[in-house]
Ligand binder design. Structure first.
Ligand SMILES: *[C@@H]1O[C@H](CO)[C@@H](O)[C@H](O)[C@H]1NC(C)=O
Ligand SMILES: *[C@@H]1O[C@H](CO)[C@@H](O)[C@H](O)[C@H]1NC(C)=O
Ligand SMILES: *[C@@H]1O[C@H](CO)[C@@H](O)[C@H](O)[C@H]1NC(C)=O
Length: 184
């Protein structure tokens, strides 16, 4: 008799658990509909026309990873590639990071920047009189959205930044867009 009660009890628990899981997952995709992360790249002023610049340099940069969601966001290791027109001129390694809910994290990294490839590009020479040029960085960052500590949904963040350099002031400005995709 006691055994039968235990079985009923376990059965009811399992059904309750499944119902709870369905409600939670429905809530995640409706009420808590995940918003795109806000990723911004900060690059300090840099003189790309310095006469003693090497063909390959290390360009320090800070990436602000903003998470507007009620769940945490786990980024795995990834790379961002900086393009000047069709040429890749920089590679930025981005380490693995956990961004807590509704907060932001500043991540310091270094771009391996191939200045040589940039300044020998005929398109770059054509932009010299205007003293400004624009590059585009593109990153695909795999990760997970973690809700209520135990629900983990695989995801991918697609980030793209327009990086414009003013060669008069050496100011580097970036304008970024990110898109979150979840895999269920
Ligand atoms: C610069 O870096 C690129 C890519 O990492 C490499 O292929 C090239 O040989 C390097 N050039 C110099 C001068 O170090
Ligand atoms: C991250 O860096 C940016 C720019 O330097 C700064 O405005 C922001 O307050 C920093 N955020 C955190 C959480 O340290
Ligand atoms: C570049 O910087 C110079 C000096 O600060 C400024 O006068 C100029 O307007 C800037 N150019 C652009 C395109 O922002």
């Amino acid at each position: 008799m006691a055994k039968k009660n235990l079985k009923v009890c376990l059965g009811v628990s399992a059904i309750l658990f499944i119902i709870l899981a369905i409600i939670t997952i429905t809530l995640i995709f409706t009420v808590f509909k995940p918003k795109d992360p806000n990723i911004v790249v900060h690059i300090a002023p840099y003189n790309f026309l310095s006469p003693d610049i090497a063909p390959n340099i290390t360009l320090p940069l800070v990436i602000t990873m903003g998470n507007p969601n009620y769940g945490s966001f786990k980024f795995n290791n990834g790379f961002s590639y900086i393009h000047y027109h069709e040429t890749i001129v920089g590679i930025v390694p981005i380490g693995s990071h956990l961004v807590p809910p509704r907060s932001q994290l500043n991540v310091s990294t270094n771009a391996n920047f191939m200045v040589g490839k940039l300044i020998e590009n005929p398109l770059f020479l054509a932009e010299l009189p205007g003293m400004k040029f624009t590059m585009v960085s593109k990153a695909e960052l795999p990760g997970k959205v973690i809700i209520l500590k135990f629900i983990k949904v695989k995801s991918m963040v697609y980030n793209s930044c327009d990086i414009s350099v003013n060669m008069t002031s050496n100011n580097v400005e970036s304008n970024c867009q990110s898109k979150l995709k979840m895999f269920t």
